[in-house]
Design a protein around this ligand. Structure first.
Ligand SMILES: [Zn+2]
Length: 94
């Protein structure tokens, strides 16, 4: 059960060029996060398996630009246990 964003992509018939931001990260303890921002929209769709409590969630939140110096792209809280997941930028990572 990790197909909500896949369904959005299929329903809206999105291609790679329609996606302003799209990432899938593996987190510790079998956690997972997938994020999608459709170009022209200011919300981010987040699909999450919390690394702390293991709960699956699908949430949306406001999407804003971050400064170039910022290390974090965004952060999201698990709705169930409140664990804060920070998504770092990939750039500059080994
Ligand atoms: Zn949690």
């Amino acid at each position: 059960m990790f197909d909500k964003i896949s369904k959005i992509i299929a329903e809206k018939k999105l291609t790679a060029s329609d996606c302003g931001y799209h990432t899938l990260r593996i987190l510790e303890n079998n956690g997972k996060i997938r994020c999608l921002v459709v170009k022209g929209e200011n919300i981010v769709h987040i699909e999450l398996i919390c690394p702390k409590c293991g709960t699956y969630s699908y949430i949306t939140q406001e999407w804003g630009e971050v400064s170039k110096a910022a290390k974090l792209r965004f952060k999201v809280k698990c709705p169930k246990c409140g664990f804060l997941i920070k998504v770092e930028k990939l750039k500059g990572k080994k």
